[in-house]
Design a binder for this molecule. Structure first.
Ligand SMILES: Cc1ncc(C[n+]2csc(CCOP(=O)(O)OP(=O)(O)O)c2C)c(N)n1
Ligand SMILES: [Mg+2]
Length: 456
């Protein structure tokens, strides 16, 4: 729970944690299973209390939820044994968010929107970079991009927010990105950055004139000064820009150039696809097959490690949504996230988890939970028998590669043993059939691909 809470905290996902505590009368006596949970969660929780017998229970819960949502942070309440058994007081009323949690649709200050409009009017080669914060505003953003005929790229966490087959889509920017995205960022005369946090991983250039839009004032000009910091809710701000930007005739239509750059990248990918050291399947082969076969409306949960970098770079998105651990980057994210995604939208959308062997092993036993609750999660494991990313870091630091090899079970057999379907793939030509089989299977299923740690 502690790792999960930190993950949510640093990625600004509202979360409420509820824990149990020993009975209040024995707190402090070294009772069986007593842990000072309020203290233990103190570093991570913004709102953090032990519920007492006489607490204002409904008020406490309302504030816990309000804090989590408004501050996009962690709330934790712990319930001593005897409090869990209290009956509801007749005067206690459940509260609701109406007029208690304000709408966040704020307009930017006039002067900052005026500055942004002027910069957009004057630019001839603007580029749009979207982050995860822009996830639910993409219609308005793509509409504006189509008016500007400008490239649109995403941070890794925002992968898929514009489809890779959209004429203006340039894929992911940064360390797990494509050369298309970095080309168009470098060639632009203005960056319009929307709902992104400027992490090192994304590598948004500080040297370009930049307009940044965010509804969190602390996110604006966070790591370096931007020319126009626009504090506003994204859809509201996009509507104002759409109304007030009037000069389009000076804009260079980049559509053809995007097509050309895409063709160069596809040629490079085709070349890499042929690489084979006879030490296992390459990552590009895995993601080439997955791009072709993943259902278009799937939720794809991504782990951490070399496998995640390769997914960012090589998986070509259609309408899929991607979930990942951003600022914490905690391995073992993909499978539990897939269970969460299943609980949220599993009735409407296929749920997929992609992980390395090291990451998947962190929550290996959870496969039985997926079987128990009939969660039809499809898991793809890139098994290189190694903490591949750590070996790479050790090599980069000119250290000896040390203690990164792993002893794994046969994951396909393990899945079968748990009551799921497991298939092992040892060569690239088996990928399509294996993936088609798990996607058609009615229940949890897993493909284990024996991969080459050197072909990432
Ligand atoms: C909870 C946690 N522990 C350790 C790390 C450090 N770490 C980052 S990547 C990685 C290796 C992951 O190995 P694997 O899942 O096999 O992926 P690969 O790099 O081989 O594709 C580790 C240990 C981390 N990010 N999170
Ligand atoms: Mg590995």
């Amino acid at each position: 729970m502690f790792t999960g809470l930190w993950d949510a905290k640093v990625d600004r996902a509202p979360i409420l944690a509820l824990t149990g505590q020993v009975a209040t009368q024995v707190v402090g006596t070294g009772n069986f299973q007593e842990v000072d949970l309020v203290n233990a969660f103190n570093a991570v929780a913004e709102f953090n209390h032990r519920v007492e017998h006489k607490s204002k229970h409904s008020e406490l819960m309302s504030l816990a939820i309000k804090t989590a949502i408004i501050k996009r942070d962690v709330s934790h309440l712990t319930f001593p044994d005897e409090v869990q058994e209290l009956t509801v007081d007749n005067n206690e009323r459940a509260q609701d968010p109406i007029d208690r949690i304000t709408a966040m649709t704020i307009s930017p200050p006039l002067e900052s929107i005026a500055k942004a409009v002027k910069m957009l009017n004057n630019a001839s080669r603007p580029t749009i970079i979207v982050g995860h914060g822009a996830r639910f505003h993409m219609d308005a953003i793509i509409d504006f991009a189509e008016k500007l005929n400008c490239p649109v790229m995403t941070t890794f966490k925002a992968k898929g927010q514009i489809s890779d087959n959209h004429p203006l889509g340039c894929g992911v920017l940064g360390r797990s990105g494509t050369p298309i995205a970095s080309w168009f960022m470098n060639e632009s005369d203005l960056l319009l950055v929307i709902g992104a946090s400027f992490s090192n991983h994304s590598g948004i250039s500080p040297k370009k004139p930049t307009i940044q839009i965010d509804f969190d004032p602390m996110a604006l000009s966070k790591f370096h000064k931007v020319e126009a910091a626009v504090w506003g809710e994204i859809s509201v701000t996009m509507k104002l820009l759409r109304e007030q930007v009037t000069i389009y005739e000076n804009k260079i239509d980049r559509t053809n150039e995007i097509n050309q750059r895409r063709a160069i990248w596809h040629k490079e990918k085709a070349k890499r696809l042929l690489e084979d050291r006879h030490k296992g399947v390459s990552s590009i082969a895995v993601f080439d097959a997955l791009s072709a076969l993943t259902p278009e409306n799937a939720v794809v949960c991504v782990d951490v490690g070399n496998n995640a970098y390769s997914l960012g770079r090589y998986f070509e998105s259609k309408q899929q949504t991607f979930l990942m651990s951003g600022y914490l980057g905690s391995i073992g994210f993909a499978f539990p996230a897939a269970m969460g995604a299943w609980a949220a939208v599993g009735q409407q959308r296929p749920i997929i988890a992609v992980a390395g062997d090291g990451g998947f092993c962190q929550y290996l036993a959870e496969l039985t939970t997926a079987v128990k609750y009939k969660m039809p999660i499809k898991t793809i494991i890139l098994n290189n028998s190694e903490l591949g990313k750590i070996s790479k870091e050790q090599r980069a630091g000119e250290f000896d590669v040390w203690a990164t090899d792993l002893v794994n079970p046969n994951f396909a057999e393990y899945a079968n043993g748990c009551g799921a379907l497991g298939i092992q793939v040892t060569s690239a030509d088996q990928l399509n059939t294996a993936l088609q089989t798990i996607f058609a299977h009615d229940g949890p299923a897993l493909v284990e691909v024996i991969t080459d740690v050197g072909l990432i």
